[in-house]
Design a protein around this ligand. Structure first.
Ligand code: AMP
Ligand code: MG
Length: 401
């Protein structure tokens, strides 16, 4: 038996980042992982400009009740004339600051008439001016490698004039479901059969992380079927995830199939609930992770143990799921000999703070608990957890997106 933390570390180190990169247009960049550190190559803003609709002038030219002739109306995108002494230039948000001007007065503090402007409040120097480079200076770090690009990052890259960016190639993941009892959704089902939910679920989880579920295969519980499927997946993927057939039943043939392929089996039972049987094999330099077949176990093991490995392979900077501590509401003390990952909802308590409520039926086959839950609460092994005890909480809605 392996402790959960040991298993997570072992799996996270089962492969390094992919070395394949590609250039991608900014419009296709969301969700992709930046391949290299980026440095600013232009000052943003590129020139001093106005933060307000108003007037540019010299502070020294201001007199209470005085009026300044308006030399020019300079719109954003225009080139301003140098400011003549004793004049003002009409500006708008984003207009460049004329040479010679040392302040901007917002139009709310002015009265304009007959091409002259009265400034009704004494201006201070340097008001309402956005300075060249105050956002980003040439040569300063922009974004580190490993950043997952979202709208905010795309805006930053676009502001630098970049139309494309170097990102890590998408991780190619092969998925293998196993079991003689399973039929695909959308096909007729005999009474003794169940629908295969793990295949679509794992494909969705893989896609949620921005990786490609390139094949979703199904194998019957025979070593020959498993061997053939693993061989296909290993030829075309960076990582293979299998599910089911990894326990100690007579038809649990994943382990012998992996061994037959020359796999180095490096872990077996993880002391976590749900999800005990988990296997990791290395075949031809590629990791194969075998997940328990129960859908809730597969989901929890994917969320807690597979995501660090996938994120490492994707080159992401954030590998392990962030944890917060929140009080668990429970009617009776909870205790188990394995670490337990409860499906919980994070709710807002009466005083506005967060608290966790567990789904009533925590069975590892209860699929309906999964969409209900916002995340997992981690309960320590062999220690009673009482009502309002603070426990680690993993926000899966964000972590798996
Ligand atoms: P196993 O680990 O193969 O013994 O499977 C454990 C439990 O999970 C059994 O009840 C299986 O029927 C169920 N199971 C395995 N694979 C799937 C799947 N792809 N979809 C839904 N249930 C599954
Ligand atoms: Mg099975």
């Amino acid at each position: 038996m392996l402790d959960f933390d040991q298993a997570q570390t072992l799996l996270a180190n089962a492969a390094g980042p992919l070395q394949r990169h590609e250039d991608i247009g900014l419009f296709d960049a969301p969700g992709r992982v930046l391949a290299a550190d980026l440095t600013a190559t232009v000052d943003i803003p590129p020139a001093d400009n106005s933060a307000m609709d108003g007037y540019a002038l010299r502070v020294a030219d201001w007199r209470a009740g005085g009026r300044l002739p308006i030399q020019q109306r300079c719109y954003a995108g225009d080139v301003p004339e140098p400011l003549k002494p004793g004049h003002a230039i009409r500006l708008f948000t984003g207009s460049l600051i004329p040479d010679g001007a040392d302040t901007v007065v917002m139009q709310e503090d002015t009265v304009e008439a007959d091409n002259q402007v009265e400034i009704t409040r004494q201006p201070a120097p340097n008001q309402h001016i956005r300075r060249r480079g105050e956002d980003t200076m040439t040569g300063t770090p922009l974004l580190p490698a490993g950043t997952v690009l979202q709208a905010a990052h795309v805006a930053l890259l676009a502001s630098q004039g970049l139309a494309s960016v170097s990102v890590a190639a998408q991780l190619r993941v092969g998925i293998l479901t196993t079991g003689d009892e399973l039929v695909p959704p959308g096909t007729p089902r005999a009474p003794e059969q169940i629908y295969n939910s793990n295949g679509p679920m794992l494909a969705a989880l893989v896609r949620g992380l921005g990786a490609l579920p390139v094949h979703v295969l199904h194998a019957r519980d025979t070593e020959a079927d498993l061997l053939a499927a693993f061989t296909t997946l290993l030829a075309d993927c960076d990582l293979v995830l299998s599910v089911g057939g990894v326990s100690v039943g007579e038809r649990d043939l994943v382990k012998p199939a992996l061994a037959a392929l020359g796999g180095e089996l490096s872990l077996w039972k993880v002391r976590m609930k749900p999800g005990k049987p988990v296997a990791l094999a290395q075949i031809g330099g590629k990791p194969v992770v075998s997940l328990p077949g129960n859908p809730v176990s597969a989901y929890a093991v994917f969320a807690m143990l597979v995501t660090p490995l996938m994120r490492r392979m994707q080159g992401r900077d954030e590998i392990f799921p962030p944890v917060s501590l929140l009080p668990l509401r429970t009617e009776h003390p909870r205790q188990d000999s394995r670490e337990e990952f409860l499906r919980v909802q994070r709710r807002v308590a009466d005083d506005g703070s967060g608290e966790l409520v567990a789904y009533g039926h925590q069975g590892s086959g209860v699929i309906s608990s999964m969409p209900w839950a916002t995340g997992l609460a981690r309960l320590p092994a062999d220690v009673p957890v009482n009502d309002r005890d603070r426990v680690p909480y993993y926000d899966l809605r964000h972590w798996l997106a």
